[in-house]
Design a protein around this ligand. Structure first.
Ligand SMILES: Nc1ncnc2c1ncn2[C@@H]1O[C@H](COP(=O)(O)OP(=O)(O)OP(=O)(O)O)[C@@H](O)[C@H]1O
Ligand SMILES: [Mg+2]
Length: 233
């Protein structure tokens, strides 16, 4: 996408362009991304998709929000979970307050129905919830793993936003309960050798990297295409 501020982020808003302008070229690219994921693995259904990147501010959260939106629009019952427990931003896409969410299910014994937000047809959002002192420990817990596993019976698609790979180990841990990971890469910004290390890290953790999304693509590079999707295998 263009190297200027996102059209729908001018006031710090993360509202999905795929909802506001479903017929735009950008929205079309998100739908293409959805189709490519659906076709990416014939052997295994990609039900849980994790989104990560090498560095901060590469467009993970906006990708997660818009991908969840286009899944919901296609009629799939979708849950968007904010597992970036350090810099949670998913709630901003839907004008929610991140007062309670995922972490509170475990620390305050809430039921998921107490904290999940039904934002539109087919789309539920689970904000990250109250801050935790040790996010990586929480993410590694067996309780969280089995919680996510149970969600598979309720939702057809689950999209998980995560922190950047070079900052913390969280995304690697999260990848262990995702069917596929998408790597967001900022065009002309993300360094190739660091990205290679990140891919190795994810693979060493047994992650199934299903592709990458190139953001901040300039008009010149893209010939008006805002998103690229590249499949590794
Ligand atoms: N495809 C894109 N093209 C251009 N700019 C983008 C794109 N996606 C996001 N941005 C801009 O990049 C900034 C960061 O976006 P976002 O919060 O989605 O990134 P992030 O990788 O989740 O960041 P963080 O690591 O802080 O969680 C925002 O200002 C957003 O408007
Ligand atoms: Mg983010």
């Amino acid at each position: 996408m263009r190297n200027k501020k996102h059209k729908f982020d001018q006031r710090g808003s993360y509202q999905p362009i795929t909802r506001i302008e479903p017929n735009s070229i950008i929205s079309e690219q998100y739908r293409k991304l959805r189709t490519n994921i659906e076709l990416s693995d014939f052997n295994k259904k990609i039900q849980i998709v994790g989104i990560t990147s090498t560095n901060a501010m590469e467009g993970k959260t906006l990708t997660a929000i818009n991908l969840a939106e286009v899944y919901a629009q296609s009629g799939k019952k979708t849950l968007l979970i904010d597992m970036d427990l350090r810099k949670p931003k998913i709630h901003r896409g839907f004008r929610l307050i991140n007062k309670k969410g995922l972490s509170d299910i475990f620390t305050k014994n809430y039921d998921i129905t107490d904290v999940v937000e039904h934002v539109e047809a087919n789309l539920d959002v689970l904000p990250s919830g109250s801050k935790l002192p040790y996010p990586a420990e929480f993410l590694s817990s067996e309780q969280l793993k089995s919680f996510v596993n149970n969600l598979k019976d309720v939702y057809e698609r689950i999209i998980i936003d995560t922190p950047p790979m070079t900052a913390v180990t969280d995304a690697s841990i999260i990848s262990s309960f995702c069917d596929g990971m998408l790597l967001v890469i900022a065009s002309r910004e993300t360094e190739v050798h660091i990205t290679k290390d990140v891919i190795k890290d994810l693979e060493n953790n047994g992650a199934n990297i299903i592709g990458s999304v190139l953001t901040r693509v300039s008009k010149r590079d893209s010939r008006y295409m805002n998103y690229y999707y590249y499949q590794y295998r």
